[in-house]
Design a protein around this ligand. Sequence first.
Ligand SMILES: *Cc1c(COP(=O)(O)O)cnc(C)c1O
Length: 458
Amino acid sequence: MSDHTWFEPYKIKAVERIPITTPEQRAAALEEAGWNTFLLRSDQVTIDLLTDSGTNAMSDRQWAGLMMGGEAYAGSRNFYHLEETVRRVYGYRYVVPTHQGRGAEHIVSRMLIHKGDTIPGNMYFTTTRQHQELAGGTFADVIVDEAHDPQSRHPFKGNVNLERLEKVIEQAERVPYLSIAGTVNMAGGQPISLANLRAVREIAHAHGALVIFDATRAVENAWFIKEREPGHADRSVAEILLEMCSLTDGCTMSAKKDSLVNIGGWIGLNDPDLAAQARNLCVVYEGLHTYGGLAGRDLEAIAIGIEESVDDDHVRARILQVRELGEMLEAAGVPIVEPIGGHAVFLDAKRIYPHIPQEEFPAQRLAGEIYLDSGTRTMERGIVSAGRDPETGEHRHPALELVRLTIPRRVYTSRHLAGVARSVARVFERRWTTRGLEMVFEPTYLRFFQARFRPLES
Ligand SMILES: *Cc1c(COP(=O)(O)O)cnc(C)c1O
């Protein structure tokens, strides 16, 4: 059970009115959106739990930082502030800003992957794998088996299966790097331990491969290490974060998550030659290497956000608020992924709708039903997100068929989340009369963003 003495370490200075809709309005909106919550307009959404990406509330200091943007094309002072902050907080020597995380993934994949390479990683992430494949590589999942079991209470379901990793490396033609994520999004926001990360690094380096860290939610991972890994309870999140990063050779970062901003990302590297290559590709795809597709004010907001993100009181409130929503759902008997993750609660659509086959998109349907019930927007993380195998053209069938209720940082109150929990419980109660969906439009890349569906009963 979680510690119920936590409270938000801030007070509210500005508020935004949220839309309240009728059931008829929601039914019309969902049909218009092709049963894809990505295609709803935000003014049709009451509680928006689609993502924690770029949806965070900035602090007064960050808003003040926007006014301090030095909008020079080259060498903006805000870039140097960001660089200094990343060096101090994450420990990487070289910093290349990008417009968001996938901009960083694009550059790193292009720079390091040759055609035919294998990139092992602790479960795929949609944009990460897409860029690896577009660069000619193949992703190989080496996460522990427990990650695919929503009921396993393993404390570090983001860990790498070291034997499998060795085997994949031995059988591969070439492994340029391992793609290792903190708090693995697709596994349900599950952390990797420091001990596992250290072992992964030894194996990688023994085989001449780099470790590239997806640091998007590394701060939240550091909290779980403090909470669960023996010997770390008395350390600060900032200390643990720095140690995690020190075990890796570089990182890609979406600042839209941990760093409490609305847009931005960066690449962190320690090798001067790789950094020079990354800066060069940045000029081609993102913008000059001192702004990377961002305004000076954005760079400033990220620098301040990084500082705020590693405050222990902030991280504690963040993680425990998510856990509180999970515990409300558990109390209502709703099957969720255990342990409750860092940034989201994941509903187990396979157990909620055992009568809907995976080809009829149970999680996509569940996300639609939750929207119809209360105007709460969530996201499918199952067969639609997994996409098709590029070799066979068949659907990939992930073991996990989930709906993600993602909590933006510093945005909603516990009362909002209690309302969400009641709504999900109502949808769960009427589960046996709910059927699946049929896909009526499928885009080529990252289909979950734009695919359209029709309910099967009509
Ligand atoms: C969001 C995310 C990305 C991609 O970042 P964007 O800023 O959305 O482009 C990469 N990895 C993980 C784990 C993410 O959650």
